[in-house]
Design a protein around this ligand. Structure first.
Ligand SMILES: C[S@@+](CC[C@H](N)C(=O)[O-])C[C@H]1O[C@@H](n2cnc3c(N)ncnc32)[C@H](O)[C@@H]1O
Ligand code: SF4
Length: 364
């Protein structure tokens, strides 16, 4: 089973209107102490034998590209890796330079994930993004020139005011950049964000389910005709270009959490770190644990969780584990289908859009 390391970088230049991730826009002065804390945390864990050779490393955020490459490299150098390990850095298209990406590539980074969201200026403005579509084109060029082989583009659909034409242009614009991987997420309105407040106050409409379903169909069709295959509900890749780090999560592998707010998994135990960068730095400085909490699932809970995660993937779940009446019902409803060998159940496109419903029915 593959082993992953997730490193959380909790800094952004600006908070987007829809985002409730653990990230801060006024903590730039902490970057150096934070990087030192991550390196020290890895050192402590290494001494306790907890840092296995990583098959995948993922710097997520926040905006990892806001931290100088030399600093990210110090963290990466503290993580032992297998030959050919996948190393991803999430980047914001407007805080990405070719020189920094070249340093990251030299340090072992071989995959970048850009937060594109939309290729339409009007939609980017509604989302409260600071980049424009030209930044995205430049950022992808910079990554290619820097020798980064694998590029992912994150897209969001269903923004209030986004038309079908806007979304089609976004997907087509993303495809012109020839990424190896595309993630497309339905916009979620999070309470406590500027978008959440506007929707609650009736200033902006909530995303519409039918509109989001139409847009899911569009992205699935357009990517499908260009040789991308869906392998998780919100993720498509060229053959062999799936994100190995995300597969560690979805296929039940173990992963280490480095940095504030990061979540880890060790066998049956799930654990998470202190939420703020200040508390994480202080804990590591005081040689105290940065872990804020943990939980252990019983074998039944683990099996249910493993099935729910596997169901979201293109390989589906074994027919044998499901009540035949429920199977028949879900196939008749057009939500599940049998694979070619008729021994696995896989979500149909309609099923992917109603995956939570399918999960609930499978529980009974
Ligand atoms: C940590 S962010 C990505 C990297 C970088 N911070 C950026 O935004 O450019 C991960 C991705 O989650 C998605 N995301 C964040 N909040 C979301 C929301 N409320 N609804 C849907 N997708 C969201 C966005 O596509 C975003 O690119
Ligand atoms: S979407 Fe990305 S850039 Fe925007 S606030 Fe969230 S983490 Fe930062």
């Amino acid at each position: 089973m593959a082993f992953g390391v997730y490193v959380h970088i909790p800094f952004c230049a600006h908070r987007c209107d829809y985002c409730d991730f653990a990230t801060w826009t006024d903590r730039g002065h902490l970057v150096e102490d934070y990087v030192n804390a991550c390196v020290a945390d890895l050192g402590h864990r290494h001494a306790r034998g907890e840092v296995l050779e990583a098959d995948t490393v993922f710097f997520g955020g926040g905006t990892p590209s806001m931290v100088p490459a030399a600093q990210l490299t110090r963290i990466l150098d503290a993580i032992p890796r297998t030959d050919g390990a996948e190393v991803t850095v999430e980047c914001n298209p407007d805080s990405t330079s070719e020189a920094e990406l070249a340093l990251l590539a030299a340090a072992g980074v071989n995959r970048v994930s850009f937060g594109v969201q939309s290729m339409r200026t009007n939609v980017l403005a509604i989302l409260g993004r600071t980049h424009d579509p030209d930044n995205v084109v430049r950022a992808v060029d910079a990554a290619r020139n820097a020798g980064i082989r694998r590029v992912n583009l994150d897209l969001i659909y269903g923004t209030p005011g986004e038309t079908i034409d806007d979304w089609t242009a976004t997907v087509e614009g993303a495809l012109r950049l020839e990424p190896e991987h595309v993630s497309a997420y339905a916009l979620t309105v999070e309470a406590g964000t500027p978008l959440g407040r506007d929707v609650a106050a009736g200033v902006k409409p909530a995303p519409d389910d039918d509109d989001q379903a139409d847009k899911y169909g569009i992205v699935d069709d357009l990517l499908g005709t260009q040789g991308y295959e869906w392998y998780e509900i919100s993720n498509w890749a060229k053959p062999g270009e799936e994100c190995r780090h995300n597969l560690v999560y979805w296929q039940g592998g173990d992963y280490l959490a480095i940095g504030c707010s990061a979540h880890g998994k060790t066998g049956p135990r799930r654990w998470w770190n202190l939420r703020t960068p200040e508390r994480y730095i202080a804990a590591i400085r005081d040689c105290a644990t940065p872990v804020a909490g943990d939980e252990q699932l019983d074998p039944e809970g683990r099996a249910a969780e493993a099935r729910d995660l596997a169901l979201r993937l293109k390989w589906g779940i074994p027919v044998g584990g499901v009540d035949p009446d429920v199977t028949t019902e879900l196939i008749e409803m057009g939500l599940l289908t049998l694979d070619d060998d008729a021994d696995r159940l896989v979500l149909t496109r309609a099923g992917r859009m109603l995956a939570n419903e399918v999960v609930i029915r499978l529980q009974h």
